[in-house]
Ligand binder design. Structure first.
Ligand code: GLC
Ligand code: CA
Length: 555
């Protein structure tokens, strides 16, 4: 593999509405991020992905962009953004913007012009189709429920396509003029000096232009739009290649794709030396879950499911490139609550899971609050949820005759809002996130679980994460992370995750024990780091407490 500037780096994701509110209107903002740059530096992260901060009506929390080249006033101004960029750069932190180009907002000028004149240039940037037999053009189901087609107002039988909410019309990537507009926009941001992009929902940009739908997969007669995307997952390449040539490559930018269902045989094209992306997220667990039509049908994968997913992915990409390991993001509930046995949904479990995540091969992405070991909170009624998807999933439960209480439990377990509650900075009202009541509820445990408290405790999850990242980037191990290969360590226990990363004769070993019982492992290795001070090595026997992890090495 060719060496790249971003090899060996660690990234962090900010959900800007919930990170830090500087002007006390209850919504996080850019000045809030600036005020916490030193905190981010103290974690030693290199890349900062910020979820969308562009002008938006926020139907899908900023993933519906009305103006790609301006900052939404709730977050601040372009001057604020430039200040962030400069200050981050001074700390050697690269800014990664979220690039949402499968769709835009229905309030984008392109879509407004398209609706105003269906013969306009802008109308060709979208998919307008005639209905069939008094129904939508095809039977695909949107990611957020209902048809992917919405009727065009004041037209008899005309629809536009939207894979997500009806306020997120899909952009027609088959239109060259549209593509060039998007590439120009990307170059404009890259010219400002950002380090790259996180590329949203990118597999969806290819469409089968026959719009013939799929066989129904549920009683509503529809089929998931994601199944269509999966069917054509090998065809986005031409667009992505062009995007690289016309934008990313020219800047040697870092790009990280939200790319679902990439075929194993295509991984080289995606993340190989000349791949479409620098890296893609390991979302293999989500691919399994998305086969179900609703939260209520999704299986509990548990720690074994998590292990199987990450191991399969790691083995697949070992000789090809880097994936980005995650335990959670703004679309997922908290990893500690979602993946771990109940008994380890706490500080101990968080540290052990963090060890697995941060020390995997690839570019780990830490999601805000993960470094505190944040767990899910409790939403007590459907009205406490904000996410458009939570509302549609709730409705799916009700339609499936699931009682209100159970529906709420399901949402509490699966909802994207779990990751979107404010970052708890201290134990003051609203966790020091804001002085104003926040746009979404605060985590129930913010008085105990917050940055200030963890700063003061050397053994906190936060300080443990700092040690993990430092270790990963240390002189001793950095070569392993740039050039090494992943290997699973076979320990016959579903609740144990163990692997090594090795380069030449140097190796790092991670053993995380999520079982209810302590673990004993025989090997001639040295103890580098442990999430529990009671773990130890005597002769060649390594003792690993239940709910803890060790990092070992032969160096
Ligand atoms: C991606 C985003 C998600 C958003 C969707 C539509 O999956 O991560 O938050 O709802 O795309 O843009
Ligand atoms: Ca604010």
């Amino acid at each position: 593999m060719q060496e790249q500037w971003w090899h060996g780096k660690v990234a962090y994701q900010i959900y800007p509405k919930s990170f830090k509110d500087s002007n006390n209107d209850g919504i996080g903002d850019i000045q809030g991020i600036i005020s916490k740059l030193d905190y981010l530096k103290s974690l030693d992260i290199d890349l900062l992905w910020i979820s969308p901060i562009y002008v938006s009506p926020f139907k899908d929390q900023g993933y519906d962009i009305a103006d790609y080249q301006n900052i939404d006033p709730i977050f601040g101004s372009m001057t604020d953004f430039e200040e962030l960029l400069t200050k981050a750069k001074a700390l050697d932190i690269g800014i990664i913007m979220d690039l949402v180009i499968n769709h835009c907002s229905n309030e984008h000028i392109w879509f407004k012009r398209a609706l105003a004149d269906l013969n306009s240039q802008e109308a060709s940037y979208f998919y307008f189709k005639q209905g069939k037999d008094g129904k939508e053009p095809d039977n695909l189901r949107s990611y957020f429920g209902g048809s992917v087609w919405e009727k065009v107002p004041n037209q008899d039988n005309l629809y536009y396509l939207h894979y997500f909410t009806k306020e997120q019309p899909d952009l027609n990537w088959f239109n060259e003029d549209l593509r060039n507009k998007l590439f120009e926009m990307m170059n404009w941001w890259l010219d400002k000096g950002i380090a790259g992009f996180r590329v949203d929902a990118i597999m969806n940009i290819y469409k089968d232009l026959t719009f013939s739908g799929l066989s129904p997969d549920d009683i509503d007669g529809r089929a998931n739009a994601s199944s269509m995307t999966k069917l054509h997952a090998d065809k986005v390449g031409t667009f992505l290649h062009e995007m690289n040539t016309k934008t990313l490559n020219k800047y040697n930018a870092f790009s990280i794709g939200e790319a679902f269902d990439v075929r194993p045989s295509d991984l080289d094209k995606f993340i190989g030396d000349n791949g479409y992306f620098s890296s893609i997220f390991d979302l293999s667990f989500r691919e399994i879950l998305e086969k179900c039509n609703g939260y209520y049908q999704m299986p509990s994968l548990g720690i074994k499911g998590f292990k199987d997913c990450i191991f399969t992915t790691q083995q697949r990409v070992n000789d090809i490139g880097f994936v980005a390991p995650i335990i959670e993001n703004h679309d997922e509930p908290r990893g500690v609550s979602y993946w771990l046995p109940y008994q380890w949904q706490n500080e101990q479990g968080a540290k052990a899971l963090g060890t697995v995540n941060v020390l995997l091969r690839g570019i780990p992405f830490i999601y805000q609050g993960q470094e505190l070991g944040m767990t899910n909170t409790r939403f007590n009624s459907i009205y406490e949820f904000d996410d458009v998807n939570a509302k549609s999933e709730y409705q799916k439960c009700i339609d499936a005759n699931i009682g209100e209480q159970e529906a709420l439990d399901i949402l509490n377990k699966q909802s994207r809002d779990q990751a979107r509650v404010p970052m708890p900075w201290d134990d003051s009202l609203f966790g020091g996130f804001s002085k104003h009541i926040p746009w979404i509820k605060v985590h129930h445990d913010y008085q105990n679980l917050n940055v200030k408290k963890q700063e003061a405790n050397l053994n906190s999850t936060l300080n443990y994460y700092r040690r993990l990242i430092k270790l990963r980037k240390s002189k001793k191990f950095i070569d392993i992370y740039k050039y090494g290969k992943f290997e699973a360590i076979n320990i016959d226990n579903d609740n144990v995750i163990a692997y090594s990363i090795a380069y030449q004769n140097k190796a790092i070993y991670v053993i995380a024990n999520f079982d209810a019982k302590d673990l004993v492992y025989e090997a001639n290795l040295k103890l580098e780091l442990s999430s529990n001070s009671q773990n130890c090595i005597q002769d060649k026997t390594i003792y690993i407490k239940a709910g803890s992890a060790v990092v070992l090495t032969n160096i």
